[in-house]
Design a protein around this ligand. Structure first.
Ligand code: ADP
Length: 389
């Protein structure tokens, strides 16, 4: 069976999936997640391939390492075949790690040197990679970067209009959610047209312009804080805003970071970062919630229109991520602004979150797709593993 274990570690959560090669593609055997790591109410849940919960436990998991130990114990108890390799999702690898690759001592050292590009994510990834190395020294490990997909962007997109010495220090547009975009491009297969925009709308949210399967522009930049407003992140601001906050409101770097990443976006505007709650509040007349949704949808529509300019037209628009997949309200509000591009939704299809939600008369096809980042990591790892054997 030769399973590959995929690990996606966040600041206080760890998702995992065990994949086997079946009929030329990766097939999920089990998946699970450990949440609220670092609290005494951490939960570990494991689901089988049909999505049935086969294990649940609530206890104290102090660290990512402890969560992984617990996952290994449960995997043994469930008599799951042990993995032959481990693939890690790494959000940011800095300027020198931008292709999916096997993790060597040198790669790990380079990743550690890039810590200032993602001060929360990189240490968590390094900790779990080192732990796997200690516990399963025989297993090859691979790093898959969210930035890798965007390496095809032209210089006119990845360069910022600031002096070159800062570019030399790594200040450039990297772009994120690359594993999600790659998964959608893979799943579109033969149905992938030339000019595509994908809107990945989850808690983190970004859009990518994709020409003939390759990223040519994206809304996030040096870090995942940029682009459209998100659940708790501000997205793009006039650069004068942080300067003003530093000078006039006396915010230091940490306070600014917390503000821009954790206390801005939908949460700051509408009082909650949960789109379902915002929609409920807006429907019952809460004007702040309505404004938050309006700002969010307007920004997405503006980004799609600008990407249509980048692509020289638009054949397909894909909505993905928790909001993209489930919020017919957001999709309608975005698409209603884009009629001039030839986008027309079919209301019944949109309300049902059907696979294709555009009207038959629409010049642009509009789809709703689920993204499978872990499966995409398993695909990359299988290829890398074969190249190494
Ligand atoms: P993450 O980026 O953390 O993986 P998700 O992709 O799961 O997040 O997206 C989370 C967002 O999706 C939340 O804002 C949540 O409210 C929203 N969401 C999930 N289901 C629905 C729904 N049925 N209607 C509207 N929004 C939804």
């Amino acid at each position: 069976m030769k399973p590959i274990l995929v690990i996606n570690s966040g600041s206080s959560s760890l998702k995992f999936g065990l994949f086997v090669d079946q009929g030329g593609d990766e097939h999920l055997v089990v998946r699970g997640n450990a949440d609220a790591i670092g609290s005494d109410r951490s939960t570990l849940e494991i689901f089988d391939e049909q999505g049935n919960q086969i294990f649940k436990e609530t206890r104290c998991l102090d660290s990512q390492k402890e969560a992984l130990n617990s996952i290994s114990e449960q995997s043994a108890a469930l008599k799951l075949e042990p993995p032959i390799a481990v693939g890690h999702r790494v959000v940011h690898g800095g300027p020198h790690l931008v292709t999916h690759q096997r993790i060597t001592a040198e790669v790990l050292a380079t990743l550690q040197r890039a810590v200032h590009f993602a001060p929360v994510h990189i240490p968590a990834a390094v900790e779990i990679i080192r732990h796997v190395e200690r516990v399963f020294p025989q297993l090859p490990q691979f790093a898959c970067f969210d930035t890798a997909f965007h390496q095809t962007m032209p210089e006119a997109v990845y360069r910022y209009p600031i002096p070159e010495k800062y570019f030399a220090a790594g200040v450039r547009r990297f772009g994120f959610h690359g594993l999600s975009y790659a998964s959608i491009v893979h799943d579109l297969g033969k149905d992938l047209p030339s000019k595509v925009v994908i809107a990945h709308l989850g808690n983190g949210a970004s859009l990518a312009a994709i020409a003939d399967g390759k990223s040519v522009d994206t809304s996030m930049g040096l870090t995942p804080t940029g682009g459209i407003p998100m659940s708790t992140r501000a997205g793009d601001l006039d650069p004068g805003v942080p300067l003003f906050l530093i000078r006039n409101q006396k915010l230091d770097t940490d306070a600014l970071e917390t503000l821009l990443n954790h206390n801005s976006g939908l949460k700051a505007l509408g009082g909650t970062n949960d789109m379902r709650e915002l929609q409920k509040a807006s429907d019952s007349g809460d004007s702040k919630a309505a404004l938050a949704i309006e700002i969010f949808c307007r920004s997405i529509a503006k980004t799609i229109a600008s990407f249509a300019a980048v692509l020289g037209g638009l054949d397909l628009l894909v909505f993905a991520g928790g909001i993209g997949e489930h919020s017919s309200t957001v999709r309608a509000s975005v698409c209603d602004r884009l009629g001039f591009l030839g986008i027309a939704l079919d209301a019944a299809r949109n309300n049902a979150s059907s696979a294709v939600i555009s009207a038959d008369s629409s010049k642009v096809r509009v789809r709703v797709m689920s993204t499978e980042e872990e499966k995409q990591i398993a695909r990359y790892c299988r290829v890398l593993l074969q190249a190494h054997s």
